[in-house]
Design a protein around this ligand. Structure first.
Ligand code: AMP
Length: 598
């Protein structure tokens, strides 16, 4: 089946061949043929549509359609709590729970199109809230529970959140203090029953119990806004990427192709729904594919993870390089002793997956990790190492059927691109417009959105190369955003939080390479006069940033500088700081204005 001709030129990096199961052939068996015949209309035909031709709603495709058929009794979500407690929700039960939540929103007077933010750990209610709000045709914006008050306030204010679903502890620690900044936030629904005070608070349980279990999803245009995912750029505030209900067709087909989901799979996506992977592939794609999805509340711990894989008989596992590297550090021995025979496919996303990690998968699990690539803006997996094809360790893989990818150079004017045909030449990774899950805009930022496109192409902001077999290789980011433990961090947001501190005159933030988490956030700070650049102040600034931003975003290191290098137009030259930090060439310094090292 694996055509040798597809890899006519094998003088590039080594291929990792695999033995394919005859009893369970991959969904995407013949890449070239499937690409040639692919048509998005056929992908749409895999979905159901609302009864009576009333459009497409994500939650209908994920839940109600299965609840109405032979999968009604199948476990849709198996939740494993921190204490090891387990709770199953079948497709039928998930339908009822999400119906109740949709009714609860309406009982509070919340209207379709209004924004429902979700801020909590991986609790079952999170999944019910997201899917229920989609049924009510509200726009859902998941926030990462390790964010501090600052990123929460910025995103909820930008997104005009009317409802927040959270827990009492998170509310008290992170939201109560920013309520004044969020006049539009009318309802806060609290999951858990610790007594908590504040305006517009509602307890989840009585609200749900008092709501009807019957709900009919109103007609939903596939172009209706469904999800608002905030992501970071180099400058300015975070960007609210708008996704529509019709993106579900891409979630579904990419789950089928790139994650090779089969009907009876037990699937575990380790990503948190506070980030796009945890929503598209931790909630939607497994459910549209009708499989059982495992949700683990606890944070990473290798032994816990291995026992989840064993006990739950996970067959398809979607995880991330930072976690894989943490497991690698413990060695293959730590995996022995677990019966992981149910596992048949492993994939990774979110940051570069080093070739050693791919190969380590083989040693430890008898299976390689299949790296794949996408980003918040693309809504779903675009490029992947596929089940049926040998892996090129270190490469992100091939564009999925329905997706055209290229390495390009932007024209001078920025309004067109030149495609770089020559293999292994670096350029910007671009995708031809027109796939259904591409973002429909950055909330309130038309210009920023427009700049992502040139001619027929969406420009990803990633630098990449393409080899002679069509495989894509990640090179780096074209901008200054930082990827730490798989989380995209905007330097501007970190700099702004540091500059709120009375001792800080200016700040510049960069990512520096780290063997485990990819990059760690490092800040350079220039102090206002009469402040002492000492250890006590460094600790105070680290603590200040952690309190404001939360541990996922705050810098891990701070260095003091008398002055930060700036261009003549006043922009801080983060790239120069980075080059110096890493001992790299400093590049073109002709625009450098002020700098203590000159
Ligand atoms: P996010 O929008 O937070 O999902 O981050 C998307 C960014 O993560 C991409 O633009 C890449 O820079 C990076 N990324 C995602 N997947 C990969 C991958 N497989 N290899 C390298 N970088 C990746």
């Amino acid at each position: 089946m694996m055509s040798g001709s597809f890899f006519a030129q094998q003088d590039g990096p080594a291929l990792l061949t695999k033995e394919l199961s005859a009893s369970r052939p991959p969904n995407l068996r013949d890449y070239a043929a499937e690409r040639a015949r692919f048509d998005w209309n056929n992908a749409w035909a895999r979905l159901d549509g609302l009864p009576g031709g009333a459009g497409h709603n994500m939650a209908h495709e994920a839940v109600d359609r299965h609840a109405a058929g032979p999968r009604a009794e199948r476990v849709a979500i198996r939740w494993i709590g921190k204490s090891g407690a387990r709770r199953d929700l079948t497709y039928g039960e998930l339908k009822v729970a999400t119906n109740r939540f949709a009714n609860a929103l309406f009982s509070l007077g919340v209207e379709p199109g209004e924004r429902v933010f979700v801020l909590m750990g991986r609790l079952p209610e999170l999944y019910v809230a997201v899917l229920g709000a989609l049924k009510a045709r509200c726009v859902v914006s998941p926030l990462f529970s390790a964010f501090g008050p600052e990123p929460i306030a910025t995103r909820m204010e930008m997104g005009e959140g009317r409802v927040l679903v959270t827990t009492p502890a998170l509310y008290r620690r992170k939201v109560a203090g920013i309520r004044d900044e969020l006049p539009g936030l009318e309802h806060v629904i609290l999951v858990g029953d610790e007594p908590t005070e504040g305006p517009g608070l509602h307890a989840w349980q009585p609200l749900i119990e008092g709501s009807s279990a019957d709900f009919t999803i109103a007609p939903t245009d596939p172009e209706d806004m469904a999800l608002l995912h905030f992501t970071s750029g180099t400058t300015g505030r975070p960007k609210g990427a708008i996704h529509v209900h019709g993106a579900v067709v891409a979630h579904d087909i990419t789950g089928y192709y790139a994650l090779d989901l089969h009907d009876d799979d037990v699937f575990w996506c380790t990503a948190d729904p506070g980030w796009v992977t945890g929503t598209s592939y931790g909630i939607l794609a497994p459910l549209t594919n009708g499989v059982t999805s495992i949700v683990v509340e606890a944070e990473f711990d290798a032994q816990t993870w291995y026992s989840v894989l064993e006990r739950e008989k996970v067959s398809v596992w979607y995880t991330a390089p930072t976690a894989i590297r943490m497991m690698m550090r413990l060695g293959t021995e730590a995996v022995r002793g677990y019966d992981l025979s149910a596992l048949r496919f492993m994939a990774s996303v979110g940051e570069p997956l080093n070739p050693e990690a791919v190969v380590w998968g083989e040693e430890a699990f008898g299976l390689p990790f299949h790296d794949n690539w996408w980003q918040t803006e693309t809504g779903g997996i675009m490029i992947a190492n596929l089940a049926a094809l040998p892996i090129k360790p270190g490469s992100m893989g091939l564009p999925l059927p329905g997706i055209d990818a290229a390495v390009v150079r932007r024209s001078e004017a920025g309004d067109d691109v030149e495609i770089i045909e020559a293999p292994m030449v670096e350029g910007e990774l671009a995708l031809r417009k027109g796939w259904p899950s591409i973002m429909r805009g950055y909330l309130g930022e038309e210009e920023r959105y427009r700049k992502c496109f040139a001619g027929d192409w969406y420009l990803t902001g990633d630098l990449a190369k393409r080899d002679e077999d069509g495989y894509f290789w990640f090179v780096g980011r074209a901008d200054d955003v930082i990827k730490s433990a798989g989380h995209l961090i905007g330097p501007f947001e970190v700099e702004s939080a540091l500059m709120e501190h009375p001792a800080v005159a200016e700040a510049a933030v960069i990512g520096i390479p780290d063997e485990t988490v990819g990059e760690i956030v490092k800040a350079f700070v220039a102090l206002k006069p009469s402040n002492e650049a000492d250890e006590a102040l460094r600790k105070e600034l680290l603590g200040h940033a952690r309190r404001r931003l939360g541990p996922a975003v705050a810098p891990k290191q701070i260095d003091f500088r008398k002055e930060l290098p700036r261009t003549r137009s006043g922009k801080i030259m983060r790239r120069l700081l980075k080059a110096r930090e890493l001992g790299l060439p400093e590049g073109d310094l002709s625009t450098l204005e002020s700098d203590e090292q000159r």
